[in-house]
Design a protein around this ligand. Sequence first.
Ligand code: SAH
Length: 248
Amino acid sequence: MSFSNIRIVLVCTTHPGNIGAAARAMKTMGLSCLHLVSPCDFPSGQARALASGATDLLDRAVVVESLAEAVADCEMVIGASARVRGISLPLANPRDMAAEAIGEAARGQVALVFGREDRGLTNEELSLCHRQVHIPADPAFSSLNLAAAVQVISYELRVAAGAGSEGAAEVSVSDRERPVCSEHMEDYYRHLRQTLDAVGFFKSCNPDRIMARLRCLYARSRPDQSEYNILRGILSETQSALQRRPTD
Ligand code: SAH
């Protein structure tokens, strides 16, 4: 069982012990690729103590400054949320998420993203995700410890990767092209915003809100390379047409 295309991303973790415990949780389930976005205290003796025999994951952990950097080469980014947010990203339970993630990982990079201990992921960080996963818990107390959440998700990934489930997961990706990676979609969103601005689309509405809705739309459909080329082409032609238009 190889999880080489699946990474766990911990965003701005405050307590180094949680990084160590998350590494241990991952290793027990066969996951090994850990990315840390601006951890408050790392490397750390406390992280090593809680990692127990999983310090090799800490030694190989990739440390970056932003979530965008951590997922730039990913085709599927899944945010784990203790609360169900207003933003209308597709919401999955851990079992369905794991089946989809394993299917996607057969062909491209997949990231599972976990937020800060005190306030989770920001809306901006969630806007980089294609899916949200929520571990069903008592609605009156639904926030798991960070490493415990990593454990549940890692376990589901292991179960989904087990005998008998690969075939089902493969079907979802086999008959379509691979989606373009996050970095390209960020280029697209910049281009789209520029173009909508140039045609005067944002006149009476809030550009950030419109872009957030559009991101959700594209996160649901996840364009492949040829669809992406068409979308970029439409924007480029729109901009050229605007330049040709006689100024009034
Ligand atoms: N107080 C924060 C919870 C942070 S817990 C909040 O309200 O958002 C730290 C991280 O663990 C979360 O950002 C999330 O990634 C993960 N987590 C905790 N409980 C979870 C749950 N029930 N489902 C999915 N992820 C969860």
